[in-house]
Design a binder for this molecule. Structure first.
Ligand SMILES: *Cc1c(COP(=O)(O)O)cnc(C)c1O
Length: 394
């Protein structure tokens, strides 16, 4: 009988575990060496110099390529380093179409740095096919999407956009940070490049800064290998180890992140201090059906608007289990205020047009017990309402 291919849970748990032939170590060792001896002239072990290739980093990169159904993986020193490496595919006169509701750092990289090299970008709602078509220029080279977007959790139909991109010979790039290959694999839906801030769910413990690129296709993979080595923003051997260590439990963590976020989002929909809740797992979310079709689960991030902007300061002061901090995707729950933190570099007109206003909070739900998180948030919201109402004499 032919053996069934291993499920993603098994492949994650086993990253690197059978690749160390000398001692049989079940976790792959950290090779610190930057130089590798050549057996003789014209021969190589496959490793020459660690910026180009390092054994520990290679195990991580191969695992990521396989998990995302791509051909090659590249580990970078941060998500931003991965984005810079990808954007280096483009140069003077090239144009990109980019998701409107975008990670603030990606926007800053495009507007403040890539612009100096003559690369321009148009920001559109990538779910609106007419808007996509209208933004296409003769020099457009690629479309870049985030789905769900951070922080507003808007969903883009990956397959529709990638099919459109292929038709116009554009490279399609998907930032898959919020769902990870455990829940969503954009390359299987037609994408050419996937990027991750591995600092978030892949690492998962708020203790390693890393970025991952996965490419599909020989030519693109070779070009990315050239850029990765030439730019040199590569991940260190010990951080590569730390990232693999985190990825082994990705399946368990994502399941808990999803169930906790669903419990918390559902709780907030009926709380008197809350205006709106943005979470694709909720049935009335506009992207709910597309999300269910293209992904096998939901992220642990959602955002919500309090009814009164004056609640924000006391809520952030009163949460105790949930930390007021600027990241996402770790086992610890974090609350972020996008307007002043992650999205401060996006001009206020754009921010407010897309809804990132001063009532919006983003919640990265950790793997603590859902009831403890509900109790913490409920107490903070009630205290905030009492303070604001007290101060206005209502
Ligand atoms: C955090 C993040 C990035 C940037 O990654 P770093 O690891 O912080 O450099 C890019 N995209 C998304 C969606 C992110 O959340």
């Amino acid at each position: 009988m032919e053996k069934k291919p291993l499920s993603i849970e098994s492949r994650l748990a086993q990253i690197g575990s059978v690749q160390e032939p000398v001692t049989g170590a079940v976790t792959f060792p950290i090779y610190q060496a930057t130089a590798y001896r050549h057996p003789k002239l014209g021969q190589s072990t496959g490793f020459d110099y660690a910026r180009t290739k390092n054994p520990t980093r290679s195990v991580l990169e191969d695992a990521c390529a396989e998990l995302e159904s791509g051909d090659a993986g590249f580990a970078c020193s941060s998500g931003m380093a991965a984005l810079q490496t990808i954007f280096s595919l483009f140069g003077q006169g090239d144009h990109l179409i980019v998701s409107l509701d975008l990670y603030g750092g990606t926007y800053r990289l495009l507007e403040r740095i890539m612009s100096k090299f003559g690369v321009t970008a148009t920001y559109v709602d990538t779910n609106d096919m007419d808007a996509l078509e209208r933004s296409r220029q003769s020099n457009t080279k690629a479309v870049f999407i985030e789905t769900p977007t951070n922080p507003l959790m808007m969903i883009t139909d990956i397959e529709a956009v990638c099919t459109w991109a292929r038709h116009h010979q554009l490279i399609s790039i998907v930032d898959n940070t919020l769902l990870t290959p455990y829940f969503q694999r954009p390359i299987e839906l037609g994408a050419d490049i996937v990027i991750h801030s591995a600092t978030k769910y892949l690492g998962g413990h708020n203790d390693v800064l890393a970025g991952i690129i996965v490419t599909k296709g020989k030519e693109l993979s070779e070009e990315m290998a050239f850029l990765h080595n030439s730019i040199g923003a590569v991940l260190s051997p010990s951080d590569s180890y730390q990232l693999m260590r985190g990825m082994k439990t990705l399946a368990l963590r994502m399941e808990r992140h999803e169930s906790n976020a669903t419990a918390l989002a559902t709780f907030l929909t009926t709380h008197p201090a809350i205006g709106e809740v943005f979470y694709p797992a909720l049935p009335d979310h506009p992207g709910h059906d597309i999300q269910n079709r293209q992904s096998s689960g939901n992220t642990g991030i959602f955002s919500f608007k309090v009814k009164d902007a004056r609640y924000v300061e006391p809520v952030l002061r009163h949460i105790t289990l949930i930390a007021f901090a600027e990241s996402l995707g770790g086992v610890e729950s974090l609350m972020t205020y996008p307007a002043v933190q992650t999205h401060a570099d996006i001009p206020i007109e754009i921010r407010e047009a897309i809804g990132v206003d001063d009532r919006l909070l983003r919640f990265s739900v950790g793997i603590e017990h859902a009831e403890d998180l509900i109790a913490d948030l409920d107490a903070a919201l009630n205290a905030a309402m009492a303070e604001v109402e007290g101060s206005t004499g209502e």
